[in-house]
Design a protein around this ligand. Structure first.
Ligand code: OOG
Ligand code: MG
Length: 252
């Protein structure tokens, strides 16, 4: 299953839900598939650079009928270094405004406090995540999406990161414009009441299999607004108040 998913991720190929064939797959097994999929990226020299959290809003959890967020793995090749999203090898991408925490001290365990996270955070960046489910119509169950690396595709960080004390992250307002029209807006608190809680939750979930957030890693905390579908020729501007703006050009 991992081989098939890896190939579909690399080439942007749509696939049937894996639960059609394996309806009894558990969450633990799905994370194992995810891990083995990303091992194939690492085997070809594409290093893991961090983690992403998904389904961190109550609304999204309700719509999926789950009570917990999910996590995925980020590798070097997913990072965009210029604000251009090529549609080549993508299926039906959607963009989400997020925050990215740059961690400089290991975070491990299910007992972390807010202050532990801030002590281990070097900077917080405004960020965009581009998700692109490999499943037809972006339709999946919880275990399907976990096996597909939580729909991870690409991400881009803002030019500048900010120290933890810079602002109240839950009250930052984010506004997204596509081709000049406002399409979404929301506040940092959409992410588990406060984005810092997403890191605590991730550490707790990783700890179940003895994993941790390593120094130097980036964590995408989860979408602040609903994801927005994009197509070739679109131009996105995402405003993060005093944290600045992120842009993205969608090309072929
Ligand atoms: C799962 C990934 C969601 C987020 O930030 O909530 C996600 C999906 O909706 O495809 O990345
Ligand atoms: Mg996301």
């Amino acid at each position: 299953m991992a081989s098939e998913i890896e190939e579909n991720q690399r080439n942007g190929i749509e696939m049937e839900k894996v639960t059609l064939k394996y309806p009894k797959m558990t969450v633990e097994e799905a994370y194992d598939v995810q891990s083995q999929t990303i091992q194939r990226y690492r085997d070809r020299g594409d290093e893991m650079v961090g983690w992403k959290m998904g389904l961190t809003s109550v609304a999204k959890q309700k719509s999926m009928n789950v009570e917990e967020p999910i996590y995925g793995r980020l590798t070097n090749s997913m990072k965009l270094s210029t604000p251009t999203l090529k549609m080549e090898n993508l299926i039906h991408p959607k963009v989400e405004p997020e925050f990215a925490f740059l961690i400089n001290k290991e975070l491990k365990g299910d007992q972390l406090q807010v202050k532990d996270v801030w002590e281990a955070t070097k900077e917080v960046y405004p960020a965009l995540e581009i998700i692109d489910s490999r499943y037809k119509n972006f339709s999946f169950t919880l275990t399907d999406v976990i096996a597909d690396n939580a729909s991870s595709s690409k991400f881009i960080l803002g030019k500048e990161g900010f120290p933890p004390e810079y602002t109240d992250w839950d009250n930052v307002k984010v506004t997204m414009f596509v081709n000049g029209d406002e399409v979404q807006s929301g506040y940092g608190k959409a992410v588990l009441d406060h984005p810092v809680n997403s890191i605590i939750e991730l550490s707790k979930m990783l700890n179940r299999t003895g994993l941790s957030i390593k120094p130097g890693m980036i964590v995408l905390v989860g979408a602040i607004t609903e994801a927005v579908s994009v197509k070739k020729g679109d131009y996105l501007e995402v405003n993060y108040e005093t944290l600045g703006q992120l842009n993205l050009n969608v090309t072929d």
